[in-house]
Design a binder for this molecule. Structure first.
Ligand code: PLP
Length: 319
């Protein structure tokens, strides 16, 4: 980052940003890419580029775009997200068929779908690649555009053994985060056709996301894409170790079938109390509901740390 070659990215003249964008386009198999501050902005662009104002977009009911983006689809996009209740964050062509708006002035016309892979609130689960492709194809057959919230698409790729470009092939646009498992301090990338990225560039400006000498942070993204992808397998193995230990503890329930990647969701009787006990022992966990907690493994947490975390949790949960 200190040595990054810089320019003004609002004029498209930051060589490090341009390099990162070219790498991202190549990895996702799209024509072009745009460096943006956050995954939330990536999903905003996914709405703005794919669904016109006054239209509807289908998405899983626990997806990030629906739950955690301050209503951005409605506020900046004027788009109504139609939440689909699913088992594991995944839906199929039949769901799309069922929920397509009729040609009736009472309804916003359905114009797009948004898919999340891996799916955060469903436990970091990975879409089976064939199902992901089939849902994308069904959306296209219904005349809809497809946005893929691939905040953790590299985790999905490592877990499924399928390259990111194949996972993204059925989507019109895909966003991924550099700042999660890929370990950058900040940044995401939005990828799509040259035409979509041209439009996204204007929306990024409107949202206040045009950054000047952004190569300082893009440089970390270049390093991440070159060196931090394959090691995600370690995070997945560490999450599995933690999950299996947690599942044995009294008063803790873990659905091991959902531990596909770097997350572990645990059901407990009092999530705030468990999180507080963990914090005192040096382990951070996020209470998601009064009775559920999320643990995430990452580059800063090695196998030995997992053993320490298990010991702390054993004391907190009395296991
Ligand atoms: C699936 C998913 N999409 C998007 C985001 C948003 O990313 P950011 O925090 O960079 O805005 C997150 C953040 O947790 C996420 O889990």
């Amino acid at each position: 980052m200190a040595d990054a070659e810089l320019g003004d990215d609002v004029f498209g003249e930051d060589p490090t940003v341009n390099r990162l964008q070219a790498m991202a386009a190549e990895l996702t198999g799209k024509e072009a890419a745009l460096f943006i501050p956050s995954g939330t902005m990536g999903n905003q662009l996914g709405v703005l580029v794919n669904a016109p104002r006054g239209s509807a977009m289908l998405a899983d009911s626990l997806c990030h775009a629906f739950l955690y983006e301050a209503g951005g689809a409605a506020v900046t996009g004027g788009v109504q997200l139609i939440p689909i209740v699913t088992e594991r964050g995944m839906f199929d062509g039949a769901d799309i068929e069922r929920l397509l708006s009729p040609d009736d002035p009472h309804y916003p016309p359905t114009r797009a779908v948004s898919l999340e892979n891996t799916h955060n609130r469903h436990g970091g689960v990975v879409w089976p690649p064939a199902r992901l492709r089939a849902t994308c194809d069904a959306a296209h057959a219904a005349g809809l555009r497809v946005h893929l919230d691939g905040a953790r698409i590299f985790n999905a790729s490592i877990a499924s053994g399928v390259p990111v470009r194949e996972l993204a092939a059925g989507a019109d646009t895909v966003t991924f985060c550099l700042s999660k498992g890929l370990s950058c301090p900040v940044g995401s990338v939005f990828c799509g056709s040259a035409e979509d990225i041209h439009e996204a560039l204007r929306w990024r400006k409107l949202l206040g996301g045009g950054m000047r000498q952004a190569g300082v942070i893009a440089a970390a993204g270049v390093v991440a894409l070159e060196t931090m992808v394959e090691r995600l397998a370690e995070d997945h193995a560490n999450a599995r170790t933690l999950a299996e230990a947690l599942a044995e503890m009294p008063g803790v329930t873990v659905d091991l079938t959902r531990v596909d990647t770097n997350m572990v969701f645990a059901q407990v009787s009092d999530a705030a109390a468990v999180a507080a006990g963990c914090r005192d022992g040096g382990v951070l966990a996020l209470p998601l509901t009064p009775t559920s907690l999320r643990f995430v493994t990452h580059h800063g947490v090695g196998a030995a740390d997992i053993q320490k975390a298990i010991a702390v949790l054993g004391e907190v949960c009395g296991g």
